[in-house]
Design a protein around this ligand. Structure first.
Ligand code: ADP
Ligand code: MG
Length: 665
């Protein structure tokens, strides 16, 4: 029985109909798929003039039997399925039996093929789908498809082609997707004589990603491993700080097939809720292994869309796998110093990348640089799609102990050391000196002996070991100590062989956010002796009155005062009287934006606003215990990103400093 057969009309009619050859990249895709299906270990794709004048795909797969070569070019001729039942569990990339026929019809095509066991192969030439030549040929085992003058006989189609550069880039992207979907196959891409991609084919997804995305980019990804009912999820997702301005780095594969899926995109992006910046999208290379009969690939001619039997389960499997991966990731953005070190943002600009949105803000002079994605700070509201959210396991005490906070820039504060300040640290050096302090440390650690002018902040209670200067945090964590504070904004921590810089506001904001979202959160609020009565804009009043329960959950008691006015009877204890209107206005604005989204999303918007308001701010003078508490939360890994996705901590390795001071080469 021949391997390649023409499908019956009945089966052919069941196959999603439509055009598969739209541009050179579609030819590249189809030919690569055939090579992979043929069991190739290495595939070389060569194009000229964007693929318009030449596309050559060479593989070392199983080849085609001499007496079946012509059949392969007939419509609905395939070796991959036979009956309609095979359509229910498709395990190959191809199954429609149409690609070769469609490509041959619009080009001058030459195929050279030999099965490894045969002595001789076949060379067959077709023009516009019509056979022009056939002869025996001595050739390497495998198949070479040579497609010339694409669309030479369909001028209407030819008109729609973009510039060679654009078509060529699309061809490269098609090969990149194949390379990421089959790390066990070595892919090579040569454009106009220049090699632009080479993957090792060692079966490691990480290696394929290095080759396709570039090393620096691939380093910003963390591994994902998870499973659900009848489904396995594995691969890599980008760290929240490495999110991009578009979805160009989202690669989803189902059973080795690159697909586009709103379900998968939503599952991925929801796992980043409250961790990524507004307008930034996570990247991923995620492979899903689904039982063949649980996914229908016969929904679109290009086979880039699939239908899942259990959409919800697929969503959950991806969502939880990504969530777990992000939770397990302990890495922090690293700082590089100086001119010698290339800013990481620059090295993201791989020439092979089809899509990127990085601008190179490479800097001259000796400066600290942070990867681009970690630099910019959006001010707009954070929005994210609906979806399940697990309660964060925050360890922040639920009843914060009020702590004096001096916000005004009072300089003449008497300085005093903290509890165990005289205690020597591990190396025997005194960390916090008894007064009089060195001038550089004049305001750290700053606890005023006088009663502070006003209480502005209610930070979480200091941890039991807050007064220690060296913290044995856990068996796997290195001891650390606060070495100072910069600009009253960044907490400077020494830990092992690195320096950590913690953005105290961002970190505290995250702590508050997680605490507010925890199930047992009870807001600390104060009942006002006389309610604040004010008249907001009409829609604003309506929105607030519509969400009284939500407001109550963060400590606001608001009532309708009649005549379009509101009476505010209770406010969160960290909100000043003068800030009540502004805070409620901000919440109303967020609620208006979230519109009809679910309750979790609405509450998250409110928590975002309130977490920021309750947080210590850059420029404030904080008690050492407060800084310790924040640093501890960050170093333990409990806090990684602020609710807007900005990093809370960056690392400066000691080696980097030593390089700058020329202590090491
Ligand atoms: P499909 O891939 O959907 O079966 P195609 O038109 O792409 O349809 O290919 C027709 C048939 O030709 C395939 O089923 C396969 O048997 C054979 N074929 C195509 N390309 C190759 C190749 N590179 N190596 C071996 N066989 C191939
Ligand atoms: Mg095919």
């Amino acid at each position: 029985m021949p391997d390649i057969q023409v499908l019956s009309t009945h089966v052919a009619d069941l196959i999603a109909a439509g055009e598969v050859v739209e541009r050179p990249a579609s030819v590249v895709k189809e030919l690569c798929e055939n090579a992979v299906d043929a069991g190739a270990k290495s595939v070389t794709v060569e194009i000229q003039n964007g693929g318009m004048s030449l596309i050559r795909v060479t593989d070392d797969g199983k080849g085609i039997a001499p007496d079946e070569v012509e059949t392969a070019f007939l419509r609905h001729a395939t070796s991959k399925i036979r009956s309609e039942y095979d359509l229910e569990a498709i395990g190959t990339l191809g199954f429609r039996g149409e690609a070769l026929a469609a490509i041959a019809a619009v080009s001058r095509l030459e195929v050279l093929t030999r099965r490894p066991a045969d002595d001789l192969g076949v060379s067959l030439t077709l023009e516009g789908g019509v056979k022009t030549d056939r002869e025996e040929a001595g050739c390497p085992a495998g198949t070479t498809m040579l497609v010339r003058d694409l669309f030479y006989n369909t001028p209407a189609r030819l008109k729609f082609m973009k510039k060679d550069a654009a078509e060529g880039a699309a061809c490269l992207a098609a090969v990149q997707r194949q390379a990421l979907s089959h790390p066990e196959v070595a892919f090579k891409f040569i454009r106009d004589g220049k090699q632009e991609l080479l993957t090792p084919g060692d079966g490691q997804l990480r290696s394929a990603m290095y080759a396709v995305l570039g090393r620096d980019m691939a380093l910003g990804f963390v591994p994902v491993e998870g499973s659900g009912e009848d489904i396995q999820v594995s691969g890599f997702v980008s760290q929240p700080t490495c999110c991009r301005g578009n979805r160009g780095y989202q690669f989803f594969f189902v059973n080795g097939r690159y697909i586009k899926s709103q379900t998968l995109t939503a599952a991925l992006e929801q796992a980043y809720a409250n961790q990524r910046m507004v307008g930034k999208f996570p990247g991923c290379v995620l492979h899903l292994t689904v039982k063949l009969n649980r996914v229908d690939v016969n929904v679109h001619p290009t086979k880039q869309e699939v239908k899942f039997g259990a959409e919800r389960q697929v969503f959950s499997a991806v969502y939880y796998a990504v969530l777990a991966a992000l939770g397990a990731d302990k890495s922090r953005p690293a700082v590089t110093v100086g001119t010698a070190a290339k800013p990481p943002a620059e090295s993201y600009q791989q020439t092979s990348l089809p899509l990127h949105d990085f601008t190179n803000h490479g800097t001259a002079g000796t400066v600290l640089t942070v990867p681009e994605g970690q630099k910019d700070r959006p001010s707009g509201p954070f929005t994210h799609p609906a979806g399940p959210v697990s309660a964060p396991a925050a360890e922040v005490p639920s009843r914060p102990v009020p702590q004096a906070e001096v916000r005004s820039p009072r300089r003449a504060d008497p300085v005093q050391s903290v509890g165990t300040a005289q205690k020597p640290d591990r190396e025997g050096a005194t960390v916090f000196k008894e007064s009089p302090p060195a001038p550089a440390q004049a305001d750290f650690p700053p606890v005023s002996k006088e009663p502070p002018p006003r209480i502005e902040e209610t930070p979480p209670a200091p941890a039991a070991d807050a007064a220690q200067t060296d913290h044995p945090v856990s068996s796997e964590e290195e001891p650390w100590r606060i070495a100072g504070e910069l600009f009253r904004t960044y907490i400077l921590v020494e830990q092992g062989d690195k320096v950590l810089l913690i953005d105290k506001h961002a970190a505290h904001e995250r702590m508050n956010f997680d605490r507010m979202r925890s199930v047992d959160y009870t807001p600390m609020s104060q009942t006002l002796i006389a309610p604040v009565v004010y008249t907001p804009a009409p829609e604003e009043a309506a929105i607030l009155l519509d969400h009284l329960a939500e407001l109550d959950r963060v400590g606001f008691e608001v009532e309708d005062f009649g005549g379009g006015s509101l009476a505010v009877r209770r406010v969160p204890d960290y909100v000043d009287m003068g800030e009540v209107e502004a805070a409620l206005g901000e919440i109303a604005g967020k609620l208006a934006l979230t519109g009809t989204t679910g309750e979790t999303e609405r509450m998250d918007e409110i928590y975002h606003t309130m977490a920021c308001k309750a947080a210590i701010k850059g420029g404030w003078k904080n008690a050492p215990e407060e800084l310790e508490r924040v640093a501890k939360a960050v170093i333990s890994g409990e806090v990684k990103y602020c609710p807007h996705g900005r990093p809370v901590c960056i690392e400066l390795p000691r080696t980097e400093l030593e390089k700058q001071f020329k202590r090491r080469p």
